[in-house]
Design a protein around this ligand. Sequence first.
Ligand code: GRF
Length: 202
Amino acid sequence: MVYILVETKQYNLAIFASGTGSNTKKIIEFFEASSFITIALIVSNKPEAGVLDIARANSISTLILEKERFFKGDAYEPVLKEFGIDFLVLAGFLWKIPAHLIHIYPTAIINIHPALLPDFGGKGMYGNHVHEAVINAKKDKSGITIHFVDEHYDHGKHIFQATCSVLPTDTPETLANKIHQLEHEHFPRIIEEVVLAKYNLQ
Ligand code: GRF
């Protein structure tokens, strides 16, 4: 009998995150059984970030960024290459991505933002600042935006949006909970769709 070994290429993802990492946890769980996507590296600029505990608990390698090297040096390109990283996912990462990385990863870096861009985005618009701004503007809906990353904050081409209602009784905390639920529900599968489309895997 002749066996033919068909090798499926693995696409290696790096998740960039600086917070508690609830999205990262969902993404890891979602791709645990994937035959073509591996979460190969968790990258953070904060050595104390909770997301690093999630990485360790799942035996995923971590990389802590130093500002000087990220912005003025090689932007860690050699390290990303060493881990065979194909695709970058930003899940609560607050630093701007250097132009160098955007050029070497064309349409291969995506971000999730906790509001309906183009409103309530840009520098300083993160975490509860976003939700406070939405509530102060008396909006009756908010949501999430998943988009490609370019050289400007929260600016690249939109991939997906989902909405939730904002009630007069909502506080930044209750709105943050609704937004997190939307993120957890949609982000992993949208990442999968974008990777499938990029590498013509459908
Ligand atoms: C999310 O709300 C995401 O939209 C924003 O940062 C937050 C990260 O949350 N970019 P977590 O650390 O994944 O819980």
